[in-house]
Design a binder for this molecule. Structure first.
Ligand SMILES: [Cu+2]
Length: 376
C-alpha cells in the first residue's frame, strides 16, 4: 500500500521527492521574503483550504498545479523557520472547530457501554460512525478528512481480554467504508470486502462482533480500496485490550502517529501524534516526577515506510504490540512501520521539559514533536 521512497533528506531522493524538496526550497525562500504578507494571507480558512475542501477522495492525480502549490506553500511555511511552528507563534489550531483536542484525545479511553451476558461474560458495545469533515491539521492548514466519531484518530476502544465486543458501524460518508480490527476474530468480522457484510455502502451499517483477544495494543482502520487513501484520510484508531490481571496503575496516554498529504502527491506535508502538528509542543504534556507513565504508541502513517519515537533525557521499557508483561528492551528510540505499535513505560527522575519526536528530522520539522513537562 505504500510506495518505496527515501526515508529522509540524507538519502538520495527519487526524482519526485527531489521535486518536492526543490519546491519546498523555492517556496521557503519566497516565504522568507514575504513572511509578513504570507502570514496575513493565511487566514484561519487556510491557504490550501479552498482547494482541499472541494477535493474529492482519490483525486491526488488530478489536483492541479495551483492546488498543489497552495497546499505545499501552507505546509512549507509550517516546516520552515527551524521548527516551523515558530512562524505561527500566536496562531493556533481551532480545536473547537475541529471538534476534538489532541490533549483530550491523549488520555481518553472509550470502554463502551458495559453489560453482562447470561453466561456471566462482559459485553462492551460501541457505535462508531464514519463521516466527512474538514479539519485544521496545523495552523492555517485545512484537510478534507474522513473520521470515525468526529475525531482523528477515532476513539481509543478499550476492553479486557475475554470480553465480548459488539461494534455497530454506521457509514455516514459518501464512499464505502469498513472497520477492520487487528486481533483474533472470525473472518466474517474482519471488515474487508467479500467477507461478512463486506464493504458498508454510504448510509449503510453493520455489526462486528467478536471476543477480545489477544491482550495487547492493537488498532482498527478502514479496509476499503484504495487502502492508502482510506487510511490517510483519517479512518483509524487505537484498540487496546488489557490483560485479565491488569497492569500496574499509571498515568496512561495514547499517541497515534499520523500524517497528512495536503497536496495529493502521495507524500505527507504534516506529521503529528494525534493529528495536530506541534500540539504537544505549543502546550507540553504535564506529568509528575517519579510517576509511572504508560504510553500506548501506534503508527498508522501512510506514504512513509518508517516512523519512530525518540525521547530526550530518559529511557523507557518497550513492550512490542503490548502482548507481554515483560519489556523486551530498555531504550530511548523505537522504530515502527505502518500498523506496528507498542507500549512504552517510563518514570522521569528529574523535573523539566523533555522533548519527544520522530527521529526522522523531516517529520519533526513538519509537526511530529512535543514535550513532556515534568513537575513535582
Ligand atoms: Cu474507507
Amino acid at each position: 500500500m505504500v510506495r518505496p521512497q527515501p526515508l529522509g533528506r540524507g538519502r538520495r531522493p527519487d526524482p519526485e521527492r527531489r521535486g518536492k524538496i526543490f519546491r519546498y526550497a523555492i517556496i521557503s525562500l519566497v516565504i522568507r521574503l514575504t513572511r509578513r504578507r504570507l502570514l496575513s494571507a493565511v487566514p484561519a480558512a487556510g491557504l490550501g483550504a479552498t482547494a482541499l475542501h472541494t477535493a474529492i477522495p482519490h483525486s491526488h492525480g488530478s489536483a492541479n498545479a495551483a492546488e498543489q502549490h497552495a497546499g505545499a506553500a501552507a505546509a512549507a511555511s509550517l516546516g520552515h523557520a527551524g521548527g516551523g511552528h515558530a512562524a505561527f507563534r500566536g496562531r493556533e489550531v481551532d480545536h473547537r472547530a475541529n471538534g476534538f483536542d489532541p490533549h483530550l484525545i491523549l488520555r481518553d479511553f472509550d470502554e463502551g457501554k458495559v453489560s453482562r451476558l447470561a453466561n456471566g461474560r462482559t459485553l462492551r458495545e460501541w457505535t462508531i460512525a464514519a463521516a466527512e469533515q474538514e479539519i485544521e491539521v496545523a495552523p492555517g492548514v485545512k484537510f478534507a478528512a474522513w473520521s470515525y466519531n468526529g475525531r482523528i484518530p477515532g476513539p481509543t476502544l478499550r476492553a479486557r481480554e475475554g470480553d465480548r465486543l459488539r461494534i455497530r458501524f454506521v457509514n455516514g460518508g459518501r464512499h464505502p467504508h469498513t472497520m477492520h480490527f487487528h486481533g483474533i476474530h472470525p473472518a466474517s468480522a474482519d471488515g474487508v470486502a467479500g467477507l461478512g457484510d463486506g464493504e458498508v455502502p454510504p448510509g449503510g451499517e453493520t455489526v462486528y462482533e467478536f471476543d477480545a483477544a489477544p491482550y495487547g495494543l492493537h488498532l482498527y482502520h478502514c479496509h476499503v480500496r484504495p487502502l492508502a487513501e482510506h487510511i490517510a484520510k483519517g479512518l483509524y484508531g487505537a484498540f487496546l485490550i488489557d490483560p485479565a490481571d491488569a497492569r500496574e496503575e499509571a498515568d496512561e496516554m495514547v499517541m497515534v502517529m499520523n500524517g497528512f498529504d495536503t497536496n495529493f502527491d502521495r507524500a505527507n506535508e504534516v506529521y503529528a501524534a494525534n493529528t495536530i502538528g506541534f500540539a504537544y509542543s505549543e502546550k507540553p504534556i504535564r506529568i509528575k516526577r517519579g510517576e509511572l507513565v504508560r504510553l500506548y504508541l501506534v503508527n498508522v502513517l501512510e506514504y512513509d515506510l518508517i516512523n519512530s519515537f525518540h525521547l530526550h533525557g530518559n529511557f523507557f521499557d518497550y513492550i512490542p504490540t503490548g502482548t507481554s508483561k515483560q519489556a523486551s528492551e530498555l531504550t530511548d528510540t523505537v522504530m515502527l512501520c505502518q500498523g506496528q505499535r507498542g507500549i512504552l513505560e517510563m518514570r522521569f527522575p528529574y523535573t523539566g521539559k523533555y522533548m519527544f519526536h520522530a527521529h526522522q528530522s523531516e517529520f519533526t520539522e513538519l509537526g511530529w514533536m512535543g514535550f513532556f513537562e515534568v513537575t513535582d
